[in-house]
Write a protein that binds this ligand. Structure first.
Ligand code: NCD
Length: 308
């Protein structure tokens, strides 16, 4: 019997295992009908202690499209959490009913903690506070692979809230494993990349700036992000920083013709809607890849296969 595998942070999968997931996602995209019953009789628990549109819907759609079923909540006040139940007790209970669980929580480290109480049911981290969001990274990597055909040899501009942006932390961890990837971290001083992430990187692999216009012509990939209002202590500080970057057609004039513009969404003001018509804007496609890669992930964690 295999040991239960959880996905808490991107490096829980080796590069080879990731390639396997992406190849499976390719096959699901090419022939979705083959997968209609793979998860028949299986149950996914969707435990969302924080708001979500894409992540929750794409996970639930993924399980349903695999023929499985979904239980869960998107408002913890409707669960026994509101009666004071601990996370450990909730997880141990859920594991009596479900085969796999997706957990989003405002507190950093919660998914890891939950995995300690779940010896048999895989736990997927769908975002733990401002820390990590590994399944968004699977989505992002599948998008990069689709538009750029490779993970190596890219200059990636990561722009916006690098301090609290968990999708960014996970993306940087994952992409730092590929050869000749250089990051340009673009943020105001107050929202710089945390030191614990920088410490994991080769210091020659990144530079930091607050000036998007100065570096945009160097980029192969521009990853924009929302200023994470819910993580700020001071609303005033948020209001001061929220529109620090607004990507528009004028700023894009200097960018390469084959640069891709990514964003995990939701977008607030950081990408002007006029950019949506630019062929380089791939953020809505990116959201679509999210469902397919999560189908592949569920199959992988449940050790399910179909003949390809
Ligand atoms: C992100 C998140 O929840 O961290 N959203 C998502 O899952 N696509 C990004 C964000 O909220 O800014």
């Amino acid at each position: 019997m295999n040991k239960t595998k959880h996905l808490i942070e991107p490096k829980d999968f080796t590069v080879e295992e990731l390639d396997d997931i992406f190849r499976l996602a390719d096959d699901i995209i090419a022939a979705p009908m083959k997968y209609l019953e793979v998860c028949k009789g299986r149950l996914l628990a969707s435990l969302f202690y924080e708001p979500s549109t894409r992540t929750r819907f794409s996970f639930e759609a993924a399980m349903l499209r695999l023929g499985g079923q979904v239980i869960g909540f998107d408002d913890p006040s409707a669960s026994s959490t509101s009666k004071g139940e601990s996370l450990a007790d909730t997880i141990m209970t859920v594991s009596c009913y479900a085969d796999i669980a997706v957990l989003r929580h405002p507190r950093e480290g919660t998914a890891k903690l939950a995995s300690k109480f779940s010896p048999d049911m895989p736990i997927i981290n769908a975002g733990d506070g401002g820390h990590q969001h590994p399944t968004q990274t699977l989505t992002d990597l599948l998008t990069i692979r689709h538009y750029k055909n490779k993970f190596t040899d890219h200059v990636i501009g990561v722009c916006g809230d690098l301090k609290f942006g968990r999708t960014i932390h996970s993306l940087v961890k994952a992409m730092s494993r590929y050869k000749n990837v250089r990051f340009i971290f673009i943020s105001p001083e107050e929202l710089k990349m945390p030191q614990y992430i920088l410490d994991e990187l080769d210091s020659a692999s990144y530079t930091q700036t607050n000036n998007l216009e100065m570096v945009i012509d160097q980029l192969d990939i521009l990853y924009m992000s929302r200023v994470q209002r819910e993580r700020f202590v001071s609303e005033e500080e948020y209001l001061r920083l929220k529109d620090y970057y607004v990507l528009d057609n004028t700023k894009l004039q200097k960018a390469k013709n084959d640069m891709i513009i990514m964003h995990p969404l939701p977008r607030v003001n950081e990408i002007s809607v006029e950019v949506d018509d630019d062929p380089r804007a791939v953020y809505f496609q990116q959201a679509k890849f999210g469902m397919f890669v999560r189908m592949a992930l569920i199959m992988k964690l449940l050790n399910l296969e179909v003949e390809r």
